[in-house]
Design a protein around this ligand. Structure first.
Ligand code: TRP
Length: 460
C-alpha cells in the first residue's frame, strides 16, 4: 500500500481531497441538475420551491450523504463488501442491499447512457450546424433506433475506458478537468443569457414565487429529486467514499458537495429559461430531458450563424461533462464489486460491466416507453428505497460504529445532530415517502399516482 501525502491509500483510491470532492460533484451534477431541477422549480412554485428544496437538502440530503459516506469510508470496500465487513458476517442478509445498489445503478445507467449519447450527438451537431435548418426534424425518433445505439456505444466505450484505470488515474483525472470547466462554461452561459433582450418572462417563469399547496407527493418528488441529484441510495457515493482519505470531515465534504450541486442546478435554470424567453419558446410543455433536445436547440438555431453554433456547443459540452461524470459513477459500484469480490483486475471488471450495461442500453435505445418508465417512476422509488435501507442499516446494525465514523476528522462533531436524526427519524420519513412514491398518495394528502400505477399502465 502506498500512503499518499494525505494519509490515504493512493493505490486503491483518490490521491487528494479535491479529487474526491470533484468526483462526488461530478457524480451528483447530471441531468438531474441541468434538466430536471429547473423544470421542477418552474412547475412547483418557483422561488418557493427553491427554498423548500434547500430545506430538504439540509434535512435529508446532507445527513443521508454523511450516512452513506460513513459506511463506505469505514469499510473501504465495494457496496456488497461493505455490508460483509461492517457486520463481520460474510453471509449477512444485508449484502443483498449491496446487490440491489449495484443492480440499480447499472439499470439507471442503461437509460442514462442513451440520454448521454444524445447529448453527444447534439454536441457534434452544434459544431456542424446539422440541426440549424430544421431543429424539429433532427429530433424525430429522439431516443430510438440504431443511431441512438451508435452514440450510446461511444458513451459506454469512453466511460469504460475511464473506469478501467486506477481510480486516481481515471475517475479522478477526468473529474478534475471536466468539473471546473463545466462550472466556468455554465457561468458564461448564464451571463450571456442575461445580455439577451426580452428575457424577463423567463426569469419570472422560473422563479416567480407561488404559494400553492404542497401535498405529500410534492414532498416525495422533491426528496426523490434531492436523492437522485446527490447520487444517493445507489451505492455510488458509498463506493466513492471507500476511496477517500480518512482525515476529512464527512459533514464538511457533504455540505460542500451539496452546495455545489444545488448551485449548478440553480444556474442551469438561470441560463435555460431566459434563453427560451428571448426566442419566444417558453412554456412549450417540454419537461425534463425533452427540454434539452426540444426547445433549446431551437433557440440555438434561431440565434443562428457562428454565435448559435458556439452557444450550442458550449451548452452541450456542459451537459455532456455533467452526464458523463455521472455515468462513470453509475458504473463504479459494479466495477468495484467485481474487482473487490471476484478479484478481477480493474480493466477486466470495467470491460465486463461496460458490456452488460451496454446490453441494457440496447433495450432502452429501442423502446421509448421503457425509457420513460425506467427513468421516471422506477428511478424515484429506487433511490428512496436505497436511502431507506442505509438509514435502517445504521439504526439496526451499525449504530455506535456509525457515530464514531461520522466523528472521525470532524472537529465540529456534527454527528451530535446528524446521527440521531439518521437513526431515529430518517427510517420512518423515508419509509413514508417510499410508499408514497410506490403507490401514490390519497386525495387528502394531495393525491398523485405512484410507480406501481405507472408500471401497470405501461404493461397494459
Ligand atoms: N446525480 C446524477 C444526476 O443528477 C445521476 C446519478 C449519478 C445518480 N449517479 C447516481 C443517481 C447514483 C442516483 C444514484 O443526473
Amino acid at each position: 500500500m502506498t500512503e499518499s501525502k494525505e494519509g490515504g491509500d493512493a493505490e486503491r483510491g483518490f490521491s487528494t481531497r479535491i479529487g474526491f470532492i470533484f468526483a462526488a460533484v461530478g457524480s451528483a451534477v447530471g441531468f438531474g441538475s441541468i434538466a430536471r431541477f429547473p423544470f421542477m422549480t418552474a412547475e412547483n412554485g418557483g422561488a418557493v420551491f427553491v427554498l423548500f428544496y434547500a430545506v430538504i437538502m439540509i434535512l435529508v440530503g446532507i445527513p443521508m450523504m454523511v450516512a452513506e459516506f460513513s459506511l463506505g469510508r469505514r469499510s473501504g470496500a465495494d457496496a456488497v463488501g461493505t455490508f460483509k465487513v461492517l457486520t463481520g458476517d460474510p453471509r449477512t442478509k444485508w449484502r443483498y442491499s449491496g446487490f440491489f445498489y449495484i443492480a440499480a445503478a447499472g439499470f439507471f445507467l442503461s437509460w442514462y447512457a442513451v440520454a448521454t449519447g444524445w447529448v453527444l450527438r447534439y454536441l457534434w451537431a452544434s459544431f456542424t450546424g446539422a440541426y440549424f435548418d430544421d431543429p424539429a426534424a433532427f429530433n424525430v425518433g429522439l431516443f430510438e433506433g440504431p443511431d441512438a445505439l451508435f452514440w450510446t456505444f461511444l458513451v459506454m466505450a469512453s466511460s469504460t475506458a475511464v473506469v478501467m484505470g486506477r481510480v486516481s488515474q481515471g475517475i479522478e483525472k477526468v473529474n478534475l478537468v471536466m468539473i471546473p470547466t463545466l462550472f466556468v462554461m455554465l457561468v458564461g452561459l448564464v451571463v450571456y443569457a442575461a445580455t439577451l433582450s426580452d428575457t424577463g418572462p423567463g426569469y419570472r417563469f422560473y422563479l416567480a414565487p407561488d404559494f400553492s399547496e404542497f401535498g405529500l407527493p410534492t414532498v416525495a418528488a422533491a426528496t426523490a429529486q434531492a436523492f437522485f441529484s446527490l447520487s444517493l441510495g445507489q451505492g455510488a457515493m458509498l463506493t466513492y467514499a471507500s476511496y477517500m482519505q480518512k482525515k476529512q470531515s464527512l459533514a464538511a465534504n457533504a455540505t460542500l458537495i451539496s452546495v455545489s450541486t444545488v448551485s449548478v442546478a440553480i444556474l442551469a435554470g438561470l441560463m435555460v429559461f431566459p434563453m427560451l424567453a428571448a426566442f419566444g419558446l417558453l412554456g412549450g410543455g417540454e419537461q425534463g430531458l425533452a427540454l434539452i433536445f426540444g426547445p433549446l436547440p431551437r433557440a440555438f438555431a434561431d440565434l443562428g450563424g457562428m454565435l448559435g453554433r458556439l452557444v450550442g456547443a458550449v451548452f452541450f459540452t456542459v451537459t455532456f461533462f455533467a452526464a458523463f461524470t455521472s455515468a462513470i459513477s453509475l458504473m463504479e459500484p459494479a466495477v468495484a464489486y467485481f474487482h473487490d469480490q471476484w478479484k478481477l483486475p480493474r480493466w477486466k471488471s470495467g470491460l465486463l460491466v461496460g458490456e452488460i450495461i451496454y446490453g441494457g442500453a440496447v433495450l432502452a435505445a429501442f423502446s421509448t416507453p421503457y425509457l420513460a418508465v425506467s427513468s421516471g417512476a422506477i428511478t424515484n422509488a429506487c433511490v428512496l428505497l436505497g436511502g431507506f435501507m442505509i438509514s435502517l442499516f445504521i439504526a439496526r446494525r451499525f449504530r455506535e460504529e456509525a457515530r464514531k465514523e461520522m466523528d472521525y476528522g470532524d472537529r465540529l462533531r456534527t454527528s451530535r445532530f446528524i446521527h440521531p436524526w439518521v437513526t431515529y427519524v430518517m427510517p420512518f420519513v423515508l419509509l413514508v415517502l417510499l410508499l408514497t412514491s410506490l403507490f401514490g398518495a390519497p386525495g387528502f394528502l394531495g393525491g398523485g399516482e405512484g410507480a406501481v400505477q405507472e408500471i401497470l399502465a405501461f404493461l397494459d
